[in-house]
Design a protein around this ligand. Structure first.
Ligand code: UDP
Ligand code: MG
Length: 325
């Protein structure tokens, strides 16, 4: 383990966060000051803000902050790539010994980062922030989110219950994570794959400090579905079961048709008895094709090995690497 005081990087993806950004910056700066004073982290620690193609003034604010504070790095993505990709871009840019990822909206209290660092000193490479309370989330969000964790577990996906993307990783854990080259990023699942000693820090999730959620239902559903298909082959297996059941069912209908034909006077059974299984089997086939298609589309995107993000600009006070278009 590191003998010198480790440096800390805090990575914050920001999408249209102009309202909350000033508070977030102040709060994270205070935290770094405190941890540096306590000698828990070195004074070369940094905050990386990643602008995920915001349409408001977020980038101007990030830029100003990076120009003013030597410990702030502002990264601008070429366009909106989504939370996971923005976070990934930030993680790839860090060089520090400890890396914490946190949302820009202060829903996850940054004070917990100190507990995470303490857990690192106890020998843990990964420290998961786990929400003990979800009272500030709407009933709908809580119900669907918790249901989702249970469903993922049932499907054999190893997830930490109520852990999202607030976590600390050591350099070696992050380097291992960055070796996973999948395009369908579901970081909270990949981190579990990586392994290494880990611990959990529980905290109460607060309401957003300012601004609105950048995860509308549509994005949430697509993220959830992506998580399932990127990590579990259970839906694929379920097709076999459905296929089996439907063929048993059609055998039964065939028997019934034969009996009617051979042992009764209703020589011509109604066309409904033909049409019905036909439609039924047809629809099951369609469903199966749909799910198979879902996995094929995954293979398709993975095989292209597209880069997950492009940085259009990085501003650091120390070494100004900027190549704005
Ligand atoms: N975010 C992002 N790109 C997006 C959507 C969200 O970088 O396309 C960031 C956002 O700025 C925030 C984090 O992801 O820092 C989580 O988003 P939000 O708080 O809106 O999600 P919620 O907490 O409502 O699930
Ligand atoms: Mg939030």
């Amino acid at each position: 383990m590191t003998i010198q005081t480790p440096s800390l990087a805090i990575v914050v993806p920001c999408y249209n966060e102009e309202e909350v950004f000033p508070k977030t910056l102040a709060s994270l700066q205070n935290l770094l000051d405190k941890l540096e004073r306590e000698n828990k982290i070195s004074n070369s620690s940094k905050i990386y803000f990643v602008d995920d193609g915001s349409k408001d003034s977020t980038w101007s604010l990030l830029k100003l902050a990076a120009e003013e504070y030597p410990n702030v790095v502002a990264i601008k993505l070429s366009r909106n790539k989504g939370h996971q990709n923005a976070l990934y871009a930030g993680l790839c840019t860090t060089e520090e010994d400890l890396i914490v990822s946190i949302d820009a909206d202060l829903q996850d209290d940054p004070a917990n980062i100190e507990h995470m660092v303490d857990e690192f000193y106890q020998g843990n490479d990964v420290v998961y922030g786990v929400r003990s309370e979800r009272t500030t989330d709407t009933f709908f969000k809580r119900f669907t989110a918790e249901g989702y964790y249970h469903l993922m577990r049932k499907m054999g996906v190893d997830l930490i219950f109520n852990h999202a993307d607030f976590r600390l990783m050591s350099r070696r854990a992050l380097d291992a994570l960055l070796q996973y080259e999948e395009s369908n990023l579901f970081l909270r699942g990949i981190v579990r794959e990586v392994g290494f000693p880990s611990a959990v820090v529980e905290y109460e999730r607060q309401a957003r400090e300012a601004g609105e959620s950048k995860y509308p239902l549509r994005k949430m559903l697509s993220f959830a579905w992506n998580g399932i298909t990127a990590f579990s082959a259970v839906p694929l297996r379920a097709i076999t079961v459905i296929g089996l059941l439907s063929s048993l069912f059609s055998l039964f209908i065939i028997a019934w048709v034969l009996v009617t034909r051979l042992f009764t006077d209703d020589a011509i059974p109604g066309w409904a008895s033909i049409l019905l299984p036909l439609l039924f089997i047809g629809s099951v086939q369609l469903l199966c094709l749909g799910v198979i298609g879902e996995y094929i589309s995954k293979l398709y995107t993975e095989s292209k090995r597209r880069p997950k993000y492009h940085i259009s600009n990085i501003i650091r006070k120390a070494d100004d690497v900027s190549n704005e278009q």
